[in-house]
Design a protein around this ligand. Structure first.
Ligand code: GLC
Ligand code: GLC
Length: 814
């Protein structure tokens, strides 16, 4: 069953009934100002950091789940009836409801009682504000008197404090209203130099800033007393809960359309120009007024919207493909690329499942996000790499996360995850392959943000590599530390205290438990680092990295192999995890996926055997589960993984993030059909028809789909912010379609399904447009290439030395 439909032409998903199984959301903003918006206008906004600079309030875990947002109410002056064109919060039986989620905007509306209304929400490029363009059309044969009420609830900036510290917060709320603009200035009088504003293009007949007065006692957003009465009372909030509400009264002739622009924005004043007049307590508004005036103009708003469209055209045009599979095309060309931008921007901080107060930007996560994003905004990727590396510790280890506003690492969600440092190598390597910008390796970058500790970035990569070498366990495999990629495989935390964090508790000395996954990652990142070193002429470095990689590879083959597949780990007693000898958790996806991705066991049949075992034991029709059999009870020595009921999350859920490792492994074995089949099983577009089961948005990946041991097998959770976005994009584009960036140029190495007759693609790479067409003449993956008609040796096409800006690449598979 579907709740909407893809409009690929417009690059939109059109939701046609509002009662989706879960809120189906979109992101507004792609630089510094962000908003989350659901298909019924729920959600909230923030500047840069969802925890520390929250503009509007949102109550997670509410009922209905999605309550609070960018709500507009319309009220008919004759009948007194009122409703919301976005369905929520009044939930009237509207007709022709639709929500068009597009790239950086959403348009939500419906018809009710002869009035058609929709609102377009978006954030203009390079501005810290959002625009709501409300259009109202009178379908009655007679004149209509309609009042529009637009409303938001301010958050008192720190979202954590806002939700907990009421003894203070009920006293601090402050607003100003000037020329019809509502300014929210809580704490501006003391240490803040920023405020929010809510403005309206029409002369409002009234406003309200007191939530109590707007809602009335014992009422919710679905039935505000002031809207019911048809009149706001222009009150000023003192403490309690400041809101912004505008009332605009319209008279519409039959067939007449009117547009109203509302602006919600954020502004920072220079410290010495906070007040006007100086010495007063009144906000200096002179610096923000021109911006407000500009965008309240509907023509300017339309222009800003058009610019946003061109911006996304430009980004998506960097890679476009036409294959025989519509789900591949749609995800690669539009939605998967779009999701990669959101995960790059927000990491795992703010979605409908990540509260915005739990996690900042993850070190491991953000580095992996680069794989799917670096081609779209290399300059921002560069900045991110340097920010991440600046939080690296002198040991080469990493804080697990940093706060985007302060760009400082912290231990709030743990540290000592021994895989973390390697993702920096993977991220930098992806950046170099995309851009060829070797200067980044010479950038002076501090450790733990300490001034004076700077070394060239290259040394950070060396320290990442050496971090593992100085932390090897009894078998010569890397010690796991707090955990590796699987945050929940906590082998040094024997926790029996309810509520104790698995991510921050360690009570074993950590000298025994080892990770085969980190070993595979080390082999991969070590080869990347060696390639970087040898391109820089550091041949001795390169040779020593490769020697360590070779050593690790043989250790894996000796101590990390279980007979038919790769082991997962050794626990604190030196016992095996992910082995036939285990009663539960006999085989895991991570070590088998990553070791084959890294090319381990390709020549001796081990990779083939490992992935066959994955296919037999872990693959399901909804995707590949983390391990089997699921842990049926809590194991003290395993940590959080066994705390989840079977089939959920890391305990045998389908963790979509790691499925692409197996897809890539399959391409390394030349198995195009298998790789693409796995790709399709978790492709959200291919799952659209089962939306009632899948429940999450059909246009973006979710972190998890319930595994076969779960009663809700096939149900997705935690959509949007997941490493799944970057890894699936990387797997389909670079390994299945095989349009792959390398240090020397663009490699063309498709491993596509046998039934595909070929595909065409355009890739803009280092300023050159590659027009690629692949034709299948035989069943295999052998490729012969011509570039502008001339056959070339091998399959790497370097950017043309003569400065041509476009090349035609033809490939024949046999
Ligand atoms: C979450 C985390 C990621 C981790 C994964 C597996 O997605 O953000 O860092 O690797 O869970 O535990
Ligand atoms: C929990 C989640 C895991 C996440 C971790 C870190 O352990 O299960 O997916 O990565 O928290 O926040």
């Amino acid at each position: 069953m579907k709740f909407g439909t893809f409009d690929d032409q417009s690059r939109e998903y059109v939701i046609t009934r509002p009662d989706t199984p879960l809120p189906w959301i979109n992101y507004l903003g792609c630089q510094e100002y962000f908003g989350i918006i659901s298909n019924t206008a729920g959600g909230y906004s923030f500047y840069r950091d969802a925890k520390l600079r929250r503009l509007t309030r949102y109550r997670y875990n509410n009922v209905p789940m999605d309550s609070g947002g960018r709500y507009i109410y319309l009220r008919d002056g004759e009948s007194g009836r009122f409703w919301s064109p976005s369905w929520q919060p009044t939930r009237h039986a509207a007709e022709n409801y639709s929500c068009r989620h597009g790239l950086g905007y959403s348009v939500i509306g419906s018809d009710y009682d002869g009035i058609r209304a929709h609102t377009r929400y978006f954030v203009p490029l390079d501005e810290n504000l959002e625009i709501w363009q409300l259009t109202v059309l009178n379908l009655h044969p007679a004149k209509a008197r309609i009042s529009a009420f637009a409303n938001i609830e301010f958050c008192l900036w720190d979202a954590q404090d806002d939700a907990t510290n009421f003894q203070r917060n009920f006293n601090t709320g402050q607003v100003e209203v000037e020329d019809g603009v509502i300014y929210h200035k809580t704490e501006y009088r003391e240490r803040r130099n920023h405020f929010a504003y809510f403005a309206c293009s029409e002369k409002a007949s009234a406003f309200e800033t007191r939530r109590d007065a707007f809602l009335g006692p014992y009422r919710g957003w679905d039935r505000p007393a002031a809207v019911e009465a048809g009149q706001l009372s222009s009150g000023i909030a003192h403490g309690w809960s400041p809101i912004g509400a505008h009332q605009v009264d319209l008279e519409l002739e039959p067939g007449e359309t009117r547009q109203i622009v509302f602006l919600l924005g954020y502004h920072e004043n220079p410290e010495d120009q906070k007040f006007d007049p100086p010495g007063s307590q009144t906000i200096n508004k002179s610096l923000v007024k021109p911006t407000i005036a500009k965008y309240l103009n509907a023509g300017q708003a339309d222009q800003a919207f058009a610019r946003l469209g061109s911006y996304w055209d430009g980004l998506l045009n960097i890679f476009q493909v036409d294959t025989p599979d519509i789900h591949t095309n749609r995800m690669v060309n539009i939605w998967n690329a779009y999701q990669c931008m959101a995960t790059f921007n927000l990491s795992r901080s703010a979605s409908f499942y990540e509260s915005g107060i739990g996690r900042g930007l993850g070190f491991r996560d953000s580095n992996q996000d680069l794989l799917g994003f670096v081609h779209m905004a290399p300059a921002r990727a560069r900045e991110r790499i340097l920010d991440l590396a600046s939080t690296q510790l002198p040991t080469g280890g990493a804080y697990h996360q940093y706060q985007p506003l302060t760009k400082r690492g912290n231990n709030d969600i743990g540290s000592g995850f021994n895989d973390d440092p390697h993702w920096l190598i993977v991220g930098v390597s992806a950046y170099l392959k995309e851009t060829g910008d070797w200067t980044i390796l010479d950038e002076p970058v501090p450790y733990d943000n300490a001034p004076g500790s700077e070394t060239p970035l290259y040394e950070h990569l060396e320290r990442s590599f050496n971090y593992t070498l100085s932390r090897l366990g009894p078998h010569g495999l890397p010690l796991i530390g707090r955990a590796d990629w699987n945050d929940c495989l906590n082998l040094n935390c024997f926790s029996s205290t309810p509520g104790q964090s698995f991510q921050t508790t360690t009570n074993k000395d950590g000298k025994v438990a080892e990770s085969v996954f980190i070993a595979g990652l080390f082999v991969h990142s070590g080869r990347e680092l060696a390639a970087i070193a040898s391109r820089r002429g550091l041949n001795a470095d390169a040779a020593s990295y490769l020697a360590e990689v070779a050593k690790m590879e043989s250790v894996i083959l000796e101590h990390g192999w279980d007979g038919d597949w790769f082991l997962r780990a050794y626990n604190d007693f030196g016992g095996k995890i992910g082995s036939k000898e285990c009663e539960e958790g006999k085989i895991f996806i991570e070590s088998n996926g990553y070791c084959t991705l890294a090319g381990i066991g390709l020549n001796d049949g081990k990779a083939l055997s490992a992935l066959a075992a994955v296919g037999e034991h872990l693959a399901t029709r909804h995707g590949i589960v983390v391990q089997q059999p699921a842990y049926s009870h809590y194991y003290l020595e395993m940590g959080e993984i066994s705390s989840y009921p079977p089939g959920y999350k890391e305990n045998a859920g389908i963790f979509c993030h790691v499925n692409p490792w197996v897809m890539i492994g399959e391409t390394r074995l030349g198995h195009g059909d298998r790789a693409h089949d796995y790709y399709t099983r978790i492709n959200p577009s291919a799952r659209e028809e089962i939306s009632e089961l899948h429940r999450c948005e059909p246009y973006v990946y979710a972190q998890m789909i319930a595994g076969k041991d779960a009663p809700t097998f096939g149900e997705a959770k935690n959509s949007w912010l997941t490493g799944t976005a970057a890894w699936n994009y990387y797997a389909i584009v670079q390994w299945i379609l095989g349009v792959r960036t390398t240090l020397d140029g663009l490699e063309i190495a498709p491993v596509i399904p046998a039934s595909w007759r070929g595909f065409t693609a355009t890739r803009i790479f280092r300023g050159v447009a590659y027009k690629i067409s692949i034709e299948r003449k035989g069943p295999g993956n052998q490729i012969a290439l011509t570039v502008d008609g001339a056959p070339i040796e091998g399959n790497v096409v370097a950017p043309p030395a003569d400065g041509r800006k476009e090349v035609t690449v033809k490939g024949v598979l046999s």
